[in-house]
Design a protein around this ligand. Sequence first.
Ligand code: ADP
Ligand code: MG
Length: 347
Amino acid sequence: MANRKAKPAIQEFPLIRGLAGRFAHAVPGLVRGIGDDAAVVEPTSRTWWHVTTDLLAEGIHFNFKSAAPESVGYRAAMANLSDLAAMGATPRYLLVSLAIPKTLKSSDIFKVYSGLMNACGRDGVALIGGDTSASKAGLFLNITLIGTTPTRRALFRHGAQVDDLIYVTGTLGDSLAGLRLLMPLHRAHRSSKNRLALLASHQRFLIDRHLHPTARVSEGQWLNQKRLATSAIDLSDGLSGDLRHLCEASQVGAEVELEKLPISAACQAYGKAAGRSPVQLALSGGEDYELLFTAAPGSRSTIEQQARARGYRVTCIGTIRSKRFGIRMSSGGKRQLLPVTSYEHFH
Ligand code: ADP
Ligand code: MG
């Protein structure tokens, strides 16, 4: 090959050294971070480790045409932080593996890491390793996060009981509305027909909810430490699908009261302007990274009081029913089956 000797744009070891120098730091419990054949961590006694990993592929999960490298890194980290939030865990260690196409420069990778570490910074997570390869088909970004809880203390999907209350944090559907606002097709549609007369502040709010979601890490820790939730899952694919996962794990059914779904004023306004049902956005929209959790009916006042005192938004949206009841939505006294309209791969 003619250019076999040409220097590649990115060199593996200088890149790793650069990333380590810039983004890795010492933290208690870390014996050896980046630079050996494996990271070494000294676990404290009586802790459970929660390990989660996510693979993001360019063109499937993100696109550099519509998202800046920082935002790709930020959202990738948030997806993982949200998984730990749903377990009630404290995020501690991060590993990042990359397959990098020729089209990217070192500076692009540094920007991805800036976004990653920015998302993790708040929680004091340490970068302790990863792997680096070339790619012939876009960037692949794999993130592994390790978090901890005290032993035998975690939120699982499988603890929901019949008659438990179903809660969500925050508001639902914002991220999907924000994504739609970002889509070029939609912008063209807006300018041509001027149907989407939406306040700039609402647009900014929704787009920001899509590009800079916040994993509910402290809410998850609160629910776990105070033993307030019987089960939990994070809303990454969308309420209709994620509720089903929780119900399957718990062997129960559920009833969601559509009038109770927390929908932001911005999402309401978007729905109106775009001719879309805000309730549908709330049921099917993914990547809100809110928590869905269940709680015994007797915990209601404690949960709502403590949430208010801490500044957390929680809304009771329904009740756990028997498995035979199925998963239903009710509105105006009418009940019908809740179809899964949230995101699934390969569909
Ligand atoms: P190996 O050949 O054993 O896979 P590497 O040379 O790939 O080792 O990695 C050397 C060190 O650099 C290890 O500590 C590894 O965890 C770390 N590392 C490699 N790639 C990355 C990356 N993209 N981000 C962070 N750390 C990395
Ligand atoms: Mg390696």
